[in-house]
Design a protein around this ligand. Structure first.
Ligand SMILES: *Cc1c(COP(=O)(O)O)cnc(C)c1O
Length: 347
């Protein structure tokens, strides 16, 4: 597959903005920087941030065992997804394939960029119907979004199903691994070399406990990363975000320990949910949330709101009729949730 043929002509012809920090990258100690019209008085944020986030990428490359050349960072995964749309999808011509029920941003970004959407709903076990996915794609289907573990169902797709789609889809396949750190499945990162059309996205927003700094991570071939790099805003990751990410990633075993705690809490929560009379199904989960089917999702949602607990009502999503998505909280929060779920069971 030739990736160059998938890139929009406009993007191929684009000459990127060249920032002061792009044009001079040399020894930074003891140099006098008068090139970027910054305020010279030090306060920790008076200078523009590193446009290529060198230090942070080195840390991530060590954690994830991948070259920095295969990494692009975004202002949240949402910016990365938007860059992918703009690189590969021609407005009013191309389309994407999504597998509902799934993360809402794919559809929003397609609409925002005037890109068509082909939907192939997941089956009853929330697994992709692989042949239907491959059959629905046409020559203008540039992107296929695979969210695994999937939001809102929580399960991972089988590796056989994913491999068949990545191998046979004629465009770019984006595997959204926002919840991979909670999963028993292996990340597709280790297989990037095998599939030139594969993009894997991850985020610091979930397992790494940094939703507030907005840091999304994109892993792909050098060829794809280069394209996305030419179209990203020059200073897309601000200084505070880079600093905080480096600081927290440096705390030894922080994420590992918290993930273990959350998984333990998830098991406890699931066993307690089994005692709730109006919960008829607890879906298998590989993420930090649980999807449950109840008697009346709108009613239960409102009852919980009245008691001060906010969960996500997914009842309008395909295959999620009367389903609620519960994020695993602290032990205390989960206890409050269970108590409250029990207390409303008579009404
Ligand atoms: C939460 C989530 C993300 C993360 O988005 P950010 O913009 O990085 O916070 C991405 N994909 C899915 C499926 C998610 O649920």
């Amino acid at each position: 597959m030739n990736i160059q043929d998938l890139i929009r002509p406009t993007i191929k012809a684009l000459k990127p903005y060249s920032s002061a920090r792009d044009e001079f990258q040399g020894v930074t100690d003891n140099m006098v920087f008068l090139d970027a019209n910054e305020n010279p008085f030090e306060n920790g944020v008076n200078r523009y941030p590193d446009p290529q986030q060198g230090k942070l990428k080195v840390m991530l490359s060590e954690i994830k065992d991948i070259s920095t050349k295969n990494i692009l960072l975004g202002n949240g995964s949402d910016e990365i997804l938007d860059l992918i749309f703009r690189a590969f999808c021609e407005p009013n011509q191309d389309n994407i394939v999504i597998l509902p029920p799934t993360y809402g941003m794919y559809e929003v970004l397609a609409n925002l960029n005037a890109i068509g959407i082909k939907k192939v709903n997941l089956d009853d076990a929330f697994q992709p119907k692989v042949d239907d996915v491959l059959n629905v794609a046409d020559i203008n289907s540039k992107l296929l979004f695979i969210c695994s573990p999937n939001n809102p169902s929580g399960n991972s797709f089988t590796s056989e199903a994913i491999e068949k789609m990545v191998s046979n889809f004629k465009g770019i396949v984006v595997i959204d691994e926002a919840y991979i750190d909670f999963s028993t499945e292996k990340s597709w990162l280790s297989r990037l070399n095998e599939f030139p059309n594969l993009i894997v996205t991850q985020t610091l927003s979930k397992a790494y406990a940094m939703a507030g700094i907005r840091l999304g991570i994109c892993y792909a071939s050098e060829e794809i990363i280069k394209v996305l790099n030419t179209i990203k805003p020059p200073y897309n990751i601000n200084e505070l975000t880079q600093k905080k990410a480096i600081e927290l990633l440096n705390v030894k075993d922080l994420a590992t320990n918290q993930i273990a705690d959350i998984l333990k809490e998830r098991s406890a929560l699931i066993s307690e949910l089994k005692a709730i009379s109006y919960i008829s199904k607890i879906y298998p989960t590989d993420a930090n949330f649980v999807l449950v089917k109840v008697d009346d999702a709108n009613k239960r949602y409102n009852q919980l709101i009245e008691k001060g607990i906010v969960i996500r009502n997914r009842t309008s999503q395909p295959g999620c009729e009367n389903s609620l998505r519960l994020t695993v909280g602290t032990p205390k929060e989960n206890e409050i949730l269970i108590k409250t779920l029990l207390s409303i069971s008579k009404s």
